[in-house]
Design a protein around this ligand. Structure first.
Ligand code: ZN
Length: 214
């Protein structure tokens, strides 16, 4: 792997930034791809670009605004509130989003000569996204290889980690401060520790507190 190139699916959040550091540790060459789907906060794109620049990684932004047309959810429309109820996907759910992201990422990966695709999807904090499950990613990996007659390897370093373990991984990669201070997870568009009140901030903070107490 050390001599290969990898493409990281990158949003500038805690998870994908940890994945970016993981990729920089494991591959000779790394690029990132960020999807612009008219997110609630355009800031996400800027943060992804800024972090990529800072780590000397080439970032490609792909226009996925068609998702806005397909999925009127809280992530893409400013007039819908973010709600979460037990047993149901949060209202930020965009059906098939990860399927599309990984498919588009693989087309770009082949073009730039990257055999490896890295994504921060995670089954542990499974919030109802069926296309974030390990079995789906493995199945898609086979389909992508067949569709493009190419031997991609999709890596999911966070698949079996909880949020505290993701902080531990960032720390192992000597990226704890970087991830804590420079990433954007908050639904309200506040970098680092965020607004502290939205579901993303609460999940992130719980993981951080658990990790710091260990
Ligand atoms: Zn927040």
């Amino acid at each position: 792997m050390k001599n290969d190139k990898a493409l990281v699916v990158f949003s500038g959040g805690q998870d994908s930034t940890t994945c970016l550091f993981w990729a920089l540790n494991n591959f000779k060459e790394v690029e990132t791809v960020t999807f612009d789907y008219n997110q609630r906060h355009k800031l996400e794109i800027d943060v992804a670009q800024t972090i990529s620049d800072e780590l000397n990684v080439k970032n490609t932004v792909l226009d996925m605004s068609l998702l806005n047309q397909l999925a009127p959810s809280a992530l893409t429309r400013n007039d819908i509130d973010i709600k979460e109820s037990d047993g149901e996907p949060p209202s930020t759910f965009v059906e098939g989003r990860n399927l599309l992201f990984l498919s588009f990422a693989s087309i770009l990966a082949k073009q730039i000569g990257a055999k490896h695709i890295v994504t921060g999807v995670c089954e542990t904090d499974f919030s109802g996204y069926p296309d974030c499950r390990d079995v789906f990613v493995k199945s898609l990996n086979v389909s992508l290889n067949l569709s493009m007659d190419h031997q991609f390897v999709i890596h999911t370093p966070l698949m079996w980690l909880d949020k505290a373990e993701t902080w531990a991984l960032a720390d192992e990669l000597e990226a704890f401060e970087f991830v804590r201070n420079k990433t954007l997870t908050c639904y309200n568009g506040i970098i680092s520790d965020g607004c502290g009140e939205c579901p993303a901030c609460i999940l992130r903070r719980r993981g951080l507190e658990t990790y710091l107490q260990r």
